[in-house]
Write a protein that binds this ligand. Structure first.
Ligand code: NAD
Length: 419
């Protein structure tokens, strides 16, 4: 079997859960939850600094509205497809349900190479997306956030574009999360996903009877999720030995100096070439011995090819869909604990919910409140999923999916027959 796509991966995990729920959840609801509510394709025609009009494709998918407004990030990648966005929107449905926020799943995509666009062109493209997707973005329809290739700055442009399109300085209610604090963002949102990953790692290591202080980690990805996870783990006394990105990977058996690595990456755009570590093959990085491996970059990175060589007892999925179903089976046979994406990286959407409520109520939360609530929610959900997986003798992924799918089914039932 070739490497599954994001959508195939999401459907595989869903079908597995639906099978476990046969007899317990109405067949009609199971079929309904398998399909996206709405898939939209949009053409963007921004005029760039070269004075030329360029054509881009963009997508918005709302997988579910059972629990509330669809929520999910904007992915900007050169090869992203409508099916990828559908798979990611479906994952968002389960993530929101599991972490306990009243949102449905959504996602959007822009087919462009974020790393090759000048800041001017990227801003123009993001604003063009906001203008063309305006009918699909609102506190009651779909609320975007950052994902691969987009960041806090881009969310600021979206808020600005939407508010000024009706001639106002601000919006009424929350149209986008993960925006700069000065524009109504929430302190700690940028760090939320990585901090949530680190919170899960600490609980899992402790649960496995291992010490957090002095444990070792390998992280794939040095964008928002990877860099913050690495930092948050070091704050807990973990030594991060290796980090990789799209361009290369670096390794230092004594532990990487993250401040120096961040400065290097800020200057060069990559971890590659960092002088205080050795270069290592990006594929080999994932197989280096460590106490925890954190894939925090792209999908389908742990496959049946490399799963037998992975040398850790714990994998924390910072990225969405980094492990293929075939790899999952191999890892389970080898006794490697996998903290599934819909739990492990749900800190971002949890804090997005705090941002949403803060803006709706025109309140201001402090960073320590946000950190405290994030820590509490991640710990609570980690143990809920862990306990269920132990009681039922199933993987943490299956346990997380069971909780999530049942919750969405309950919401659909509560709404009655029509939705
Ligand atoms: P980002 O664009 O900030 O960073 C991505 C990083 O991964 C970069 O360092 C890039 O070079 C690296 N990368 C990309 N493809 C790679 C590959 N094939 N091999 C090695 N490295 C590669 O993105 P991000 O926001 O940090 O998102 C990373 C992952 O986490 C994605 O799967 C995303 O869906 C998921 N996620 C992000 C958030 C969030 O709040 N940003 C929340 C939940 C999940």
């Amino acid at each position: 079997m070739s490497t599954p796509t994001i959508l195939e991966n999401a459907l595989f995990n869903y079908d597995r859960t639906a099978k476990m729920l046969e007899g317990e959840v109405d067949r009609l609801l199971l079929d309904k939850m398998r399909r996206p509510k709405e898939r939209i394709e949009i053409s963007l025609t921004p005029q760039f600094h070269d004075d030329k009009v360029h054509i881009f494709r963009a997508f918005v998918v709302r997988h579910s509205i059972a629990l509330g407004t669809s929520k999910g990030g904007i992915r900007m990648r050169p090869n992203v497809t409508l099916d990828d966005i559908t798979g990611l929107a479906m994952e968002m449905t389960w993530k929101c349900a599991l972490i306990g926020v009243p949102f449905g799943g959504g996602k959007s995509g822009i087919v462009a190479d974020a790393e090759r666009l000048s800041p001017y062109d990227k801003e123009t493209l993001v604003r063009n997306f906001a203008r063309n997707a305006v009918r699909h973005i609102s506190p009651l329809v779909y609320v975007p956030a950052p994902d691969m290739g987009t960041n806090e700055r881009d969310m600021g442009y979206i808020k600005d574009a939407l508010s000024w399109s009706v001639g106002n300085a601000t919006t009424q209610g929350c149209y986008v999360t993960g925006k700069p604090v000065i524009l109504g963002g929430i302190p700690g949102r940028r760090e939320a996903t990585g901090r949530g990953v680190a919170a899960c790692v600490v609980e899992a290591l402790t649960h496995q009877g291992r010490k957090v202080e002095g444990a070792t980690a390998i992280v794939q990805g040095f964008g928002n999720v990877g860099s913050v996870t690495a930092r948050a783990l070091t704050e807990r006394g973990v030594r991060v030995l290796g980090i990789g990105d799209l361009y290369g990977a670096v390794y230092n058996e004594r532990g990487l100096d993250l401040a120096a690595l961040e400065a290097h990456a800020a200057k060069t755009g990559t971890v590659k070439g960092f002088s205080e570590a050795s270069a290592i093959d990006a594929g080999k990085l994932l197989e280096m011995p460590c106490d925890v491996l954190v894939p925090a970059a792209a999908e389908s990175q742990i496959t049946r090819e490399n799963a037998p060589q992975i040398s850790t007892r714990l994998i924390a999925e910072g990225a969405n869909g980094p492990t293929t179903p075939e790899a999952d089976e191999i890892l389970a046979d080898r006794g490697i604990l996998v903290i599934p994406d819909i739990l492990c990286n749900a800190g971002g959407v949890f804090v997005s919910y705090l941002e949403y409520t803060q803006e709706t109520q025109q309140e201001q939360m402090t960073e320590s409140e946000v950190r405290g609530r994030l820590q509490q929610r991640m710990t609570e959900k980690f143990h809920q999923v862990r306990n269920l997986s132990e009681d039922r003798k199933i993987s943490m992924r299956d346990a997380a999916m069971l909780v999530a799918v049942k919750t969405v089914a309950q919401a659909l039932e509560a709404r009655g027959r029509l939705p």
